[in-house]
Design a protein around this ligand. Structure first.
Ligand SMILES: [Zn+2]
Length: 525
């Protein structure tokens, strides 16, 4: 590929409008317009790429995913296909036989996918693996189940109290039964001494694979200092196939700067721009913080996860560093609380403050959100994945879950994301869910047609608006001056691309260079 590339005869969605030709020079878009306009600016000797009427899009941006966990997930024990405790045991046993040493973490388990919705106890897990620690992480990441070896290694027995911000499941006599919730999960996964950080080459594999969906930029969340170092080193060596903007782990962010004060220097491919912190849990384990109790668990309104003074200190400290907060808030009470805390204590003038998920936003919380105006980083795919939500919230409240059109109408800025590995990486799934609301089996967390987005609006969540969330106005659009990160599809229209999803992606470019072609492996998370 030469330094100048002239693309003609296409249907190019720039993120803002349609045009037919594009001129790319040294990794940037130089011109976008009619063929005559763009040809006039094209130097002699430019490489000519006739598009043959095919659709071109800006490279897609996933503003919130967990890169290391996606990588562990792809290369470790996946339990996303488990539909019963029996198949869980069989899957774990087989994996353990092929990986005979070390502790085991299974990811992607979703009890809502099995008919009896049963949770195992340590006894069930011991039947699969007894001689070494096994931990099965709930798909939400906010709960899990440990076998007896994992409980023993964590030093948990009947005298162990519930940790602050967390809970241990217990038998009637008080003995821990293996189930753990919220902060207690940290005893089993993501501990600094047990990080099992993927190899740099594994991160590269994940990003090349993600590029086969058309993804070119990533908001990497809850990044551990070690992970940021690996990604930064890859970027410095020119080996990062996409762009990463990292939000450090709220409990460990200062370690990163202590270890290497110069590391924060931003790079085209990698920069640390914020810190992620939790203010509540998730709907699945009923720990999302609600203003009124769960419809299927009266007396429980979820769990606030942040202490006021600690969150205040964090917001003030990161303001001084020029970093942005990314506050996880799923329940309506947590969303309102997060907006209030950002409004009171965040003073940064760099990247924008974000609220992650903002899943439940009834009319009462909209004024607080509109006043503070954080970027809301939403996961349209959850409209499909959380199809059981009406049981948790009741039909009246579920109407205000994932209410994207309502939020946009308030002038709030929304960005699209997957939250992978807690939902599939595939951005087309989220785009389809934003457009159709109801999944192919007719299920939805909130089917309200008033909340549907057009195909263009849905793609904008993952392009121009995603770029805003990452404070990168030169990404997510194919206008002059922007990065030539783009997706060449094999179809003529956006509607066809949305319908076909990954199957429509022929080639993905980052900075004018191809990073994935359609022949790439067809595996999905
Ligand atoms: Zn997340």
């Amino acid at each position: 590929m030469g330094d100048s590339i002239l693309c003609t005869g296409g249907r190019i969605f720039t993120g803002e409008r349609y045009c037919e030709a594009l001129l790319v020079e040294e990794g940037r878009v130089v011109a976008a317009g009619t063929e005559a306009e763009v040809r006039r600016q094209s130097p002699t000797g430019a490489e000519h790429r006739p598009l043959g009427g095919r659709l071109v899009l800006p490279g897609l941006i996933d503003a919130h995913l967990h890169l290391a966990d996606v990588t562990r997930f792809r290369e470790g024990l996946g339990l996303g296909g488990v539909r019963s405790l029996a198949t869980m045991g069989e899957t774990v046993r087989q994996w353990a036989a092929g990986h005979p040493t070390g502790s085991i973490v299974g990811r992607g388990w979703d009890p809502e996918r099995s008919p009896d919705r049963a949770w195992p106890t340590y006894r069930d897990l011991d039947r699969a693996v007894r001689d070494r620690p096994l931990f099965v992480l709930h798909v939400s990441g906010h709960a899990g189940v440990a076998n007896s070896a994992a409980l023993a290694r964590a030093g948990i027995d009947r005298r162990t109290p519930d940790p602050p911000g967390g809970r241990l499941g217990r038998a009637p006599d008080g003995t821990p039964d293996g189930r753990v919730f919220e902060s207690a999960v940290r005893e089993f996964v993501g501990r600094p001494d047990d990080l099992d950080l993927p190899e740099p080459t594994a991160f590269r594999r994940t990003m090349h694979w993600a590029a086969s969906f058309g993804l070119t930029s990533f908001g990497a969340m809850s990044v551990a200092p070690e992970e940021a170092t690996v990604l930064g080193d890859l970027a410095a060596r020119g080996e990062l196939p996409g762009r990463v903007r990292a939000y450090l782990h709220g409990g460990r962010w200062e370690e990163y700067f202590r270890a290497a004060p110069g590391r924060s220097a931003p790079d085209d491919r990698f920069a640390v721009i914020g810190v992620k912190e939790y203010t509540d849990g998730a709907f699945g384990p009923r720990t999302a913080w609600l203003s009124a109790p769960y419809a299927d668990d009266p007396g429980n309104s979820g769990v606030p996860a942040a202490a006021d003074d600690r969150l205040r200190d964090l917001l003030e400290a990161i303001s001084r560093r020029g970093l942005a907060p990314a506050l996880h808030a799923i329940g309506d009470r947590a969303v309102e609380y997060s907006a209030g805390m950002i409004g009171r204590y965040f003073r940064g003038s760099g990247p924008p403050a974000r609220i992650e998920h903002a899943a439940l936003t009834p009319p009462e919380v909209l004024p607080a959100l509109a006043r503070v105006g954080p970027v809301l980083v939403v996961q349209p795919g959850f409209v499909w994945s959380d199809h059981w939500l009406v049981h948790r919230l009741g039909p009246g409240r579920a109407r205000w879950a994932y209410a994207f059109r309502t939020l946009a109408r308030q002038g709030l800025r929304l960005a699209g994301s997957s939250d992978a590995p807690y939902d599939p990486v595939d951005p087309w799934r989220g785009i389809r869910a934003a457009v159709h609301r109801t999944d192919p089996e007719g299920r939805s967390a909130n089917p309200a047609p008033e909340e549907q987005l057009s195909a263009e609006e849905a793609v904008q969540l993952y392009t121009v608006h995603g770029a805003r969330a990452l404070a990168e106005p030169g990404l997510g659009r194919l206008e002059p001056g922007a990065a030539a990160d783009l997706v060449v599809t094999g179809v003529p229209t956006l509607e066809a691309a949305v319908a076909l999803g990954r199957g429509s992606v022929r080639e993905t470019w980052v900075a004018g260079r191809s990073v994935a072609r359609a022949a790439a492996d067809a595996q999905t998370v």
